[in-house]
Ligand binder design. Sequence first.
Ligand SMILES: [Zn+2]
Length: 179
Amino acid sequence: MQGTPNNPSGFIFSKRSMSNLAGTHKDLQKVIYEALRTSPVDFLVYNGLRTLEEQKTLVATGKSPTMRSRHLTGHAIDLAPITSSGNIEWGDIATFDALGTHIKATAKRLGIKIKWGGDWKSKDRPHYQLNWKAYPIDGPEPNTAPLPKPDLPTATPAPQNEPEGFLARMKALTRRYAF
Ligand SMILES: [Zn+2]
């Protein structure tokens, strides 16, 4: 993807990411928007706000350890790095960790306090949440208004079957895995 001054990474959110961002706290959205704009890796918003029923099912199937989840209130989000073909490589720990470092740095730059699941003893690398202390459960309601249109340029699809397009994608891949 070609970067622009407004969107240096050249990455834009998919419809799936946008719908998973909806209903999450506006400060979390702020971090995620800014993070994608400047991200060294493309990523998907895999999960955001959960209903009580969804959380019960996740706990019952061992996919979440707790009913005291910040996903229930829009204070948490799960992100996964994606390849240029849009796939998640769950085993690519190095890229999950690179994304974690980037998201934390972005939040710090914006002065928004978040925690990354990758820093926990029981690691949850896709998971990011607003700090409990700075954002208590009885704090302001999460922003459930429809998302504003992101200030990002429209995606230009990569040219298919053209050596330039292919080279650009290869270059992006190399950059993606270079750290
Ligand atoms: Zn999570």
